[in-house]
Design a binder for this molecule. Structure first.
Ligand SMILES: Nc1nc2c(ncn2[C@@H]2O[C@H](COP(=O)(O)OP(=O)(O)OP(=O)(O)O)[C@@H](O)[C@H]2O)c(=O)[nH]1
Ligand SMILES: [Mg+2]
Ligand SMILES: [Zn+2]
Length: 320
């Protein structure tokens, strides 16, 4: 979906207002740093606009702006910061990131070990959307697993396992869950220990509900999906880290809106389909797009059943 000029103008206006507010705040904060203040180590818990919530090594929370020359830090960043006064601070350095998760070239979170794509029976999973997330993961070199939530709403279990069997064949882990009826939660819990995980996916699939069920007493805001459209209401608005008491971190993220889907290049798309990899370079034409060309290795693999036709359909739909 492309934005109308009016929508773009609105977004830009809101952005620039946010930026100028934050810049003023950051100049004020910088000028009041006491000389010789010690630098503290911290973890960015979330970012809102130009400000970030930082947790110090001692577990204290600070509201911080960033030094203007270091760029913005995001949830998961390890930083150095200085206390200004009370619970105010200024981030002075961002540690090099182990991993980066980006959307539309915007950094979403840092230092993540594992992505989890959450889909559900309602709103009903769509293969093209699933494949888009997998493409994003393959291109960020981050491992991704799939969670299918709300399985108690399914009235055809065979169909359900068929729908996901080709993802399992491709090497993606698929967990079938019901947060509501506590089905398969314990097994999932075991795979989350001591690493940093982010939950991604459409609004209303139950990302925040899942995190609530994995971390007792958290009580994140959740919202019923619309009875009519079966779509979520974009309840979570910030990408935020929560600690598992026994070790490990879970990051909740807002369900993306349609216009935030990545604009992918042809190269990224091809690279995003694992099962294409061994076939690249084996088509008759070097610049084969795998659409109508004769002697195409990918099309042959589809005919022989080695590539799933729903995946190929996604490929055709996602191509620019
Ligand atoms: N039937 C059923 N409903 C569930 C289940 N898990 C979560 N829900 C409900 O789904 C709705 C949406 O859940 P949320 O946790 O707010 O979804 P979300 O993915 O965080 O959505 P956004 O924050 O908008 O991106 C809530 O009404 C939950 O109670 C489940 O296993 N079964
Ligand atoms: Mg949420
Ligand atoms: Zn080809």
């Amino acid at each position: 979906m492309t934005l109308t000029r009016r929508q773009k103008w609105r977004i830009e206006k809101v952005q620039s207002e946010k930026i100028s507010r934050a810049n003023n705040a950051s100049i004020k904060a910088e000028s009041s740093i006491e000389k010789g203040t010690e630098e503290l180590h911290g973890l960015v818990i979330t970012r809102y606009g130009q400000r970030q919530l930082i947790e110090s090594n001692h577990g204290d929370l600070f509201q911080a702006t960033g030094r203007q020359n270091i760029g913005l830090s995001v949830a998961g960043d390890r930083v150095l910061f200085q206390k200004v006064e009370g619970d105010e601070g200024v981030v002075t350095a961002i540690y090099p990131r182990k991993t980066e998760l980006k959307r539309q070239d915007r950094l979403i979170a840092a230092n993540i070990d594992q992505l989890w794509l959450v889909v559900a029976i309602e709103p009903h999973y769509q293969f093209e959307l699933i494949d888009r997330y997998l493409i994003m993961a393959e291109n960020s070199n981050l491992p991704i697993n799939i969670i299918v939530n709300k399985i108690e709403l399914s009235n055809n279990d065979n169909q359900l396992s068929n729908d996901f069997s080709h993802y399992i064949d491709l090497g993606y882990d698929v967990h079938f869950l019901s947060v509501k009826n506590k089905i398969n939660l314990e097994k999932l819990k075991k795979s989350l220990v001591n690493r940093s995980h982010i939950f991604l996916g459409q609004s209303g699939v139950g990302k925040s509900s899942l995190i609530n069920s994995l971390i007792p007493d958290l009580d994140l805001r959740v919202n019923e999906i619309s009875t009519k459209s079966k779509l979520g209401k974009h309840t979570t608005t910030n990408t935020t880290i929560y600690h598992i008491p026994s070790g490990g971190d879970l990051i909740d993220s807002p369900g993306i809106r349609e216009f935030q889907l990545d604009d992918l290049t042809e190269k990224q798309i091809v690279n995003g389909f694992r099962e294409f990899k061994s076939l690249i370079g084996k088509c008759r034409f070097r610049n084969c797009q795998h659409i109508n060309e004769p002697n195409c290795a990918i099309k042959k693999a589809i005919e022989s059943g080695n590539i799933n036709s729903s995946r190929y359909e996604s490929y055709l739909n996602i191509l620019p």
